[in-house]
Ligand binder design. Structure first.
Ligand SMILES: Cc1ncc(COP(=O)(O)O)c(C=O)c1O
Length: 393
């Protein structure tokens, strides 16, 4: 009745928007909005890069009004975003622009997976991976990002591997695999004797504190024939450009015919769903990368410093107050860890009653330090601890 056979009758609920809404409606000036997944300034307003928006404002109307030159984007954008995102670390790849990182993930899921296939997703993760898996009728297997041995054990029994990783700066835990861990993952896949695809969602990579953050990409130059790497890149975070809906899917592998065919299939998928991406957004990034990269990096350094200040303050106080959180390396979020989701729900509601708004994740509560000003982070860990101790009593 009106719906395709593949569509379940279950209503779709987004866990994030109701709490964002509740926070917006709260008129308490001291409320804490830790729900946001974008970088905000100390004025609690989304940050915008002057360099990015100057490039956008310099575009002529015709460029903004025009279609992109095809679903495969345009050559100049593809060059610019490759230079920016990959920093010459990867030799053999192809790419296609996408509507945000989400669009890149969509392409990867759709070109590589069929209904009934299994997909490995981090246990405590961005909720949308599970929604995407559900939407496509996939069977999710959840894994602990902190335990590679356990992950490899899970991979053993599978016929084909499709592994989603969201490193560095994992949303929501802030975890980043170290170079040696990446090496272990690639070594395992290279030697697993079956088809293996790794989808590396790097949505937050530009906010990794480690300066050598992209060195692990070099490992993708040594893939065996059985391995394909998909890199889902999001311009939303890198350029604080969320509303422009721009990203890219990079496909990395040894066999050029396969890479060409993969992008060909992505082009068809794009053409038959969203068609193509925002032309003006692409052209502004071309200008930025070709002519204003140093200015952009200078601006970003300041924002990285701010993020670091917030994180260091919160973690210092969290440790002083014995808060339990997932081990953090980099990124926008720190996530408190709970034994189970019932306790998490109770604590979440206690926080909310005190005008503290965060996001629920599997066995955790995600605190978006990216959007909380330093003055409100000061003392926050103690407030959280005090609230939690009333629950324990
Ligand atoms: C882990 C992760 N991946 C991908 C995305 C997609 O970002 P966008 O589609 O806005 O570029 C997000 C957005 O919040 C995210 O948190």
């Amino acid at each position: 009745m009106f719906f395709s056979k593949d569509r379940s009758n279950e209503r779709y609920y987004d866990n994030i928007f109701p709490i964002i809404d509740a926070c917006k409606k709260d008129s308490d000036p001291n409320k804490i909005n830790g729900t946001v997944g974008s970088l905000y300034g100390e004025d609690e307003i989304i940050i915008t890069y002057k360099t990015v928006f100057n490039c956008f404002r310099n575009l002529n109307n015709e460029t903004m009004a025009s279609y992109a030159s095809g679903s495969f984007g345009n050559v100049e954008f593809n060059k610019a975003i490759s230079k920016f995102a990959l920093e010459n670390k990867i030799n053999n790849y192809r790419l296609i622009p996408s509507p945000g990182g989400t669009g890149a993930l969509y392409l990867g899921f759709n070109i590589s997976l069929s209904k009934g296939d299994t997909i490995l997703i981090p246990e405590t993760a961005w909720e949308n991976y599970s929604n995407m898996a559900h939407e496509k009728g996939l069977i999710p297997i959840y894994y602990d990002i902190y335990n590679l041995d356990e992950l490899f054990k899970k991979l053993e029994s599978l016929e084909k591997i499709f592994l989603v990783t969201n490193s560095p700066c994992q949303n929501p835990c802030g975890h980043s695999y170290k170079y040696d861990e990446w090496k272990r993952i690639i070594d395992y896949l290279n030697n697993c004797d079956k088809e293996a695809i790794i989808l590396n969602d790097v949505a937050y990579i530009e906010y990794e504190f480690d300066e050598d953050k992209k060195k692990y990409f070099e490992l993708f130059n040594n893939l065996n024939d059985n391995v394909l790497v998909l890199i889902a890149y999001s311009c939303s975070k890198s350029f604080s450009y969320y509303g422009f809906r721009l990203g890219a899917l990079f496909v990395v592998g040894k066999n050029n015919d396969i890479l060409d065919l993969y992008i060909n299939q992505c082009t068809k998928k794009a053409r038959t769903t969203y068609s193509n991406v925002n032309n003006g957004a692409m052209y502004s990034i071309i200008d930025l990368v070709n002519n204003h990269l140093d200015e952009y990096h200078k601006e970003k350094e300041e924002y990285l410093k701010l993020l670091k200040e917030r994180v260091e303050l919160f973690l210092k106080e969290a440790d002083e107050n014995n808060l339990v959180y997932f081990p953090y390396d980099s990124g926008f979020f720190v996530t408190l860890k709970f034994e189970n989701n019932e306790i998490r729900d109770d604590i979440f509601n206690l926080f909310k009653a005190e005008h503290l708004y965060f996001i629920k994740v599997y066995r955790g509560i995600r605190i978006g330090l990216c959007s909380i000003p330093v003055r409100k982070i000061k003392g926050l860990a103690k407030r959280l601890k005090d609230i939690m101790s009333t629950y324990n009593k």
